[in-house]
Structures are given as structure tokens and as C-alpha cells.
Write a protein that binds this ligand. Structure first.
Ligand SMILES: [Zn+2]
Length: 413
């Protein structure tokens, strides 16, 4: 079955994850696709394909090489879609032989993909573009990755004459809510390294992500009846507001930075007179620079509190994920082989730091070096999400070539 046909089938499953849920997977509907993927893998010949108690699918493509020194490598994609946009009743549309025309989505004619707004479309002339119909996301993030891995698995399992080492496959739930690796059993997966297929344009290879902390600053005041509060009340809401007003405005914020710059970003305030907490995320490509930003936030908060007698401050910092480059730098062959495989398919390698994290950021620090390969996804989490058939086909080729490169460059024993 072609990668396009698989993709069109998978996007019809509603697999939205839910951050308010405490179960794993966070939504039972993800299991419908996960179970079907395991069954499909078994039908293709991956006899051990199974779903574990947390919904993770793992399977093996047995080695075909005679060499004994070929490491096991893995490919990973997530099945869930973003809670930010409906994934129910997705109606995929294939726009054949794109020629630069506006792509109007029929269920909401105000949803239009224009090359003027989306420069990457200019690279897609003659390609078949898949979109949703205007009222939902498409789910190319990351069902493109799922379809690509499945199609490569079908190819490898039906071409035993192509030598490769053992290949492990995993499909995971709940990536979009930051829990995609919570129950990922790296030891059971048993690969020396892995590649997520969850990236953008053809040729992209992501080896660098943010390092990320969450910081909560809680301002403690004193509440009393406002009619009798003179000289006694200390209003934590006003203290928090004064602190927020002192945050850097022209720099160090998401709205004023890009490229290699980090930021601090307040995103939730829980307020009462007695106690107000400000939740921030702290991001930088250099892990040590997170500390500088946290020190700055602490200093601004302490200076603010000092001007409000009776107020106090508590601070909590939580590590979220780390720049995977710190791990991948110790495993250069993982990157080099990806470069070689991408070039073999005729594409130019594009590397670009991710201003965010991937499952690979966490997996790399759990002992499984995992860069991210392109899957052809564009306009993530949006009604204007799209993918091209040709990019998905290239991603399938890259997976197959990666297996070949690892085999060719490995020792005999
Ligand atoms: Zn994704």
C-alpha cells in the first residue's frame, strides 16, 4: 500500500490527546489506531508487534545482514494530535499537481493556503498536496511519520535481499501533551539509537532543541476584610503585577526573539489577594544559560517583594527537557548516517535548531540518542496543516537508506 493511501486512512482516526486526563494514553480513542497499527505490522510480517499496558506499540523488523556488528536502530512516531484544534471527522483532500493556485478548503472558504503566505509551497510545484477540509487539523503531525514508518516497514519486510540490521519500531501516544516518553521503556526497545519522524520540509534533520525549565514564582501577601484592612492587608495580586511589569519587554521574550536566542515567558497567573503565582517557561539552547535567566527572574522578584513590607516569595523550578545536541555530540555517527541517507535520496540536508522540544530531546537523555527527521509536516496544529505526497515518499526512502547505510558502515563481527 502506498504511503499516501496509508496516510489518508490514519488521519480519519480521531486521536486527539487531552492534558487534563491522568490516564495513559490520555484518551482511549488513541488506542483504536495503536491497536490497528500493531495488527497491521503483524500482517506485514513483524510477528512480535504488540501494544503494551500504556498504549505504546513496539515491533521488530528482523535483521537480514550476515554481518554481526550491525547495531539495532529504531524509528519512532506519535499517533496523537494536538488538543489545540479538533481532530474529529477529518476529511482529507488531495490537491493533485499543485501549480501555485490558491487552495481553498471547502468546509470553510475563509481557510485558504496561498503561496504568498506560505513560502514553502513554492517548493511543491507539480506535487500532490494533502489538506483537511477547513474545520479540523489534518493530523500530518504526526500521522505522516506513522505512515512513512509503516510503508518503509512493509518494504523492508518484503525485500529480505536488502541487507540491514534489526530495526525496531515504536508508535507512542500523548506527545502533544508532553507525555510521549513517560512510559517509553528504552531498555525494552533495545536500540542503539533512534530517529523520530516528526519534522517539516524535505531534507530536514533536527539535532538541536531548546533546553527547558518551568519556573513558578509565588508571591505571598496577607488578606483581611477590605473594610478594615488599613495598614494590614498585603495584596499579592498587586505584587505579582509589579513583577510582571518588570519583565524584559524588548528582548528575551517569545515575541521578540528567534534563531538561537532564548526567552522567559509568563503563561499562567493564578491570583488571589493572599497568594498569587506566576508560572513561566524558561528556554535556551545553552543549558547553563537557563540558570542566568532564572537568576534574573529571581532578582526581579526579590526586588519587587522588598518594596512590599510583609510580603514573601517562594520559588519552584522544574526541569522539563534538555538540548539533545549535548547527547548527540557524543554519537556523531548517528548524525553522519542520517546525512548520508538523506543525500542518497537526492535531497539537500537542512539542519536547524528546534525552538521547542521533541520526544527525541527526552529520549536522548534517557539513553537513546534520537534526532528528528523530516516527515513533510507543515502548519502544525492548524486548520491550514498540509503535507505533500512526494515529501512523504522521500521520507520513506530516507528510512530505507538509513538502514542500508548503518549496515554498510558496520563491522563484520
Ligand atoms: Zn509531532
Amino acid at each position: 500500500m502506498s504511503v499516501l493511501d496509508r496516510f489518508l486512512r490514519y488521519v480519519r482516526y480521531d486521536t486527539q490527546s487531552d492534558e487534563r486526563s491522568t490516564s495513559c494514553p490520555s484518551t482511549a480513542k488513541q488506542l483504536l489506531l495503536l491497536n490497528d497499527l500493531a495488527a497491521e505490522l503483524r500482517a506485514l510480517g513483524a510477528a512480535d508487534a504488540a501494544v503494551d499496558e500504556f498504549g505504546y506499540v513496539m515491533a521488530t523488523i528482523p535483521a537480514t545482514t550476515k554481518k554481526r556488528g550491525v547495531p539495532t536502530i529504531g524509528f519512532i512516531a506519535h499517533v496523537d494530535t494536538s488538543p489545540e484544534m479538533s481532530g474529529e471527522g477529518v476529511r482529507p483532500i488531495v490537491h493533485r499537481e499543485y501549480d501555485g493556485r490558491d487552495l481553498v478548503l471547502p468546509d470553510d472558504p475563509s481557510a485558504v493556503l496561498r503561496v504568498a503566505d506560505i513560502p514553502e509551497l513554492a517548493d511543491q510545484m507539480g506535487h500532490d498536496i494533502v489538506t483537511a477540509s477547513g474545520t479540523t487539523l489534518l493530523g500530518a503531525d504526526d500521522k505522516a511519520g506513522v505512515a512513512e514508518i509503516m510503508t518503509a516497514a512493509e518494504y523492508l519486510l518484503s525485500h529480505p535481499e536488502r541487507p540491514h540490521g534489526a530495526v525496531r519500531i515504536a508508535f507512542t501516544p500523548d506527545e502533544e501533551i508532553g507525555r510521549g516518553t513517560q512510559h517509553f521503556d528504552v531498555a525494552r526497545f533495545g536500540a542503539a539509537c533512534a530517529y523520530t519522524l516528526d519534522g517539516g520540509r524535505g531534507g530536514e534533520l533536527e539535532i538541536e532543541s531548546f533546553s527547558a525549565d518551568a519556573m513558578t514564582l509565588t508571591f505571598h501577601g496577607f488578606n483581611t476584610h477590605p473594610g478594615y484592612a488599613k495598614g494590614r492587608m498585603v495584596n499579592a495580586i498587586k505584587i505579582a503585577a509589579a513583577f510582571i511589569d518588570r519583565l524584559p519587554r524588548d528582548a528575551m521574550s517569545p515575541e521578540t526573539t528567534d534563531g538561537g536566542e532564548g526567552f522567559v515567558h509568563p503563561y499562567v497567573v493564578q491570583a488571589s489577594v493572599d497568594r498569587t503565582s506566576v508560572k513561566l517557561i524558561v528556554r535556551d539552547f545553552v543549558t547553563a544559560a537557563l540558570k542566568d535567566k532564572e537568576d534574573l527572574l529571581e532578582r526581579l522578584a526579590r526586588e519587587t517583594v522588598a518594596r512590599w513590607p510583609g510580603a514573601t516569595l517562594t520559588i519552584a523550578i522544574e526541569e522539563q527537557y534538555r538540548n539533545m545536541k549535548e547527547v548527540l555530540d557524543c554519537h556523531p555517527v548517528v548524525i553522519k548516517n542520517a546525512h548520508d541517507a538523506i543525500r542518497r535520496t537526492g535531497l539537500k540536508v537542512r539542519t536547524r535548531p528546534i525552538r521547542g522540544g521533541t520526544d527525541g530531546s527526552r529520549l536522548s537523555f534517557m539513553g537513546l540518542p534520537t534526532p528528528n527527521l523530516f516527515a513533510g509536516e507543515h502548519n502544525f496544529h492548524s486548520r491550514l496543516e498540509w503535507v505533500s505526497r512526494q515529501d512523504m515518499e522521500k521520507a520513506v526512502d530516507v528510512i530505507v537508506e538509513l538502514c542500508a547505510v548503518w549496515e554498510e558502515t558496520s563491522r563484520e563481527d
